[in-house]
Design a protein around this ligand. Structure first.
Ligand code: 13P
Length: 256
């Protein structure tokens, strides 16, 4: 089902006490009025997931995601974290294929496909990230890049699987740069993704998939982005590290 979602990707930020303080800040801020129909997800560092989930047991608004998972179920992969481990903490979702994973850790679309499979097999929603680099944007070939990421990352999945896959369009040139995509640029890409989904699956699936925008989304620009018909919400980096900024973005989604 297509949902309005605001997700916060904390990346490799916060110490344990800072993470718990941020969660407390969000718990205090988020009321029925602010959240409305918006799905709120936070993705803290893996090390703190258990404590975060426990501190949210009584909270009805905030779901928790991991930032990554390994492509194997278990085994000799020192330092890695598997989807079954995440599922055993009662997590709701896992981010897959973030551009930083692609750029710094060499993850490919084919890797993402296997990881999405791991997520779904373990009853975790997958938040699959796609998006072009600045060079690809400038070359004019960006839509081909994005649709290739969709085609290869979603290879083999069927329409029903898309109930548990959220797409996040994150242009690499907008991530952490302060240079947000214009609402029109983002809307064009989201519409193109939906056209592709209709061809690859069917028109009902294309209508129902949640497609988020990420990249320098802040309280000051969120409402204009969320006003576009194919932008269902945001995947927020920097601004999700402030309880008040993240709350303002959630309110913008609820009120758009
Ligand atoms: P920023 O909001 O800091 O640009 O990060 C976006 C992002 O990468 C979320 O996954």
């Amino acid at each position: 089902m297509r949902r309005r979602i605001v997700a916060g990707n904390w990346k490799m930020n916060t110490t344990h006490s800072e993470a718990m303080e941020l969660v407390e800040g969000l718990k205090a801020n988020l009321t029925e009025d602010i959240v409305g129909e918006t799905g709120v997800i936070i993705a803290p560092p893996a090390l703190f997931l258990n404590d975060v989930v426990e501190s949210l047991v009584e909270n009805e608004f905030i779901a928790v995601a991991a930032q990554n998972c390994h492509h194997e179920e278990s085994g000799a992969f020192t330092g890695e974290i598997s989807a079954p481990m995440l599922a055993s903490l009662d997590l709701d979702a896992v981010i897959i294929g973030h551009s930083e994973r692609r750029q710094y850790f060499g993850e490919t679309n084919a890797d993402c496909k296997v990881k999405i499979g791991q997520a779904l097999n373990n009853e975790l929603a997958a938040i699959y990230c796609i998006g072009e680099t600045l060079e690809e944007r400038k070359s004019g070939q960006f839509m081909e890049v994005i649709l290739k990421q969709c085609a290869e990352g979603l290879e083999g999945f069927i329409a029903e699987d898309m109930d548990n896959i959220i797409l996040a369009y994150e242009p690499v040139w907008a991530i952490g740069t302060g240079e947000v995509a214009s609402p029109e640029q983002a809307q064009d890409v989201h519409a193109g993704i939906r056209t592709w989904l209709a061809e690859r699956f069917d028109s009902e699936t294309a209508e129902n998939v949640t497609v988020l925008y990420g990249g320098s989304c802040k309280p000051g620009n969120a409402a204009d982005l969320f006003a576009k018909k194919d932008i269902d919400g945001g995947l927020i980096g920097g601004a999700s590290l402030s309880a008040d900024d993240f709350t303002a973005i959630i309110a913008a989604r609820t009120n758009a």
